[in-house]
Design a protein around this ligand. Structure first.
Ligand SMILES: [Zn+2]
Ligand SMILES: [Zn+2]
Length: 280
């Protein structure tokens, strides 16, 4: 089985301190067919913290510096690991909240691979920080509706390569508070988003972090992976969303099985922003 892990973080993400060379060594040891380092770059928080004076941000960050440090380190290490399929990527968050920054990021010719993610909706907290237990089910469904609208707008824009972990916010709801909303009421907007991706020649990832973090399924699960396939989607990658050396490649075989069960027979990664395929 060709194992590809196209969603991983290193020391250049503010929520990881995984040594970048140790990460690559681990990926080599696991004999991955493709390994992309995709450190966080949140477009709406591109500038240093001081720039966002009137916000109550609890964490220190500097995504502009992280982006440059990650991309230049990976670019250099690609030379050192010439015989290994190391890809220079980024997980670009909230492109639609700062499109000028997103344009700047996507124009960087050192990038092989761009994940487009939504971690936050305009003027709302990052999904990680929301206190779902203080919300009614109605409010949760309204929040999910805003999330899927944001995803739709991102897919319509479509200047990334792979849509990141669609439905991942369910993890916080279920794992922390045992809240299990039924997503079927959003099937129309999800399928419209997939159509936009397909129209733009883009794809989705199967993010396996949900398995190791107790959600029990990938993001997205089999139902939505199959929906993407049945609409004509061809571009699908797998990613562990590892933030530690140990988590690289974790549960990727389950992610590949999800892809296979949905009808896919090959996986995709991007090199120089162009899709390349490996058989499952
Ligand atoms: Zn993410
Ligand atoms: Zn990630």
């Amino acid at each position: 089985m060709n194992i590809i892990d196209c969603h991983t973080h290193t020391q250049f993400s503010m929520d990881s301190d995984a040594d970048i060379e140790k990460c690559i060594e681990q990926a080599v040891k696991l004999n991955l067919s493709a390994y992309a380092i995709t450190d966080h770059c949140e477009c709406n928080w591109w500038y240093p913290k001081e720039y966002y004076a009137d916000t109550d941000l609890s964490e220190d960050f500097n995504y502009q510096a992280d982006f440059e440090n990650s991309v230049s380190a990976v670019t250099k290490l690609k030379e050192k690991y010439k015989n290994f399929n190391l890809l220079c990527g980024v997980e670009m968050g909230q492109a639609m909240l700062a499109p000028d920054i997103a344009e700047k990021i996507i124009s960087d010719s050192r990038l092989d691979f761009i994940i487009g993610s939504v971690h936050q909706i305009k003027n709302e907290k990052d999904f990680y920080y929301i206190e779902y237990n203080k919300m009614s089910m109605n409010e949760i469904y309204n929040l999910l509706e805003r999330y899927f609208i944001e995803i739709y707008n991102l897919c319509k824009w479509g200047k990334f390569d792979i849509l990141g972990h669609i439905t991942y916010c369910l993890r916080y709801m279920k794992c922390r508070h045992n809240i299990n909303p039924d997503l079927s009421r959003f099937d129309d907007i999800i399928s419209e988003s997939f159509r936009e991706l397909i129209r733009n020649g883009k794809g989705i990832e199967i993010n396996t972090s949900g398995i190791r973090q107790g959600f029990g399924e990938c993001f997205p699960d089999l139902k939505y992976t199959k929906m993407f396939h049945d609409l004509g989607g061809e571009i699908i990658s797998t990613g562990s969303d590892a933030h530690t050396v140990e988590d690289i490649g974790k549960n990727i075989p389950e992610g590949i099985k999800t892809a296979y069960d949905a009808g896919f027979r090959r996986l995709c990664f991007f090199r120089n922003r162009r899709p390349e395929f490996t058989d499952i």
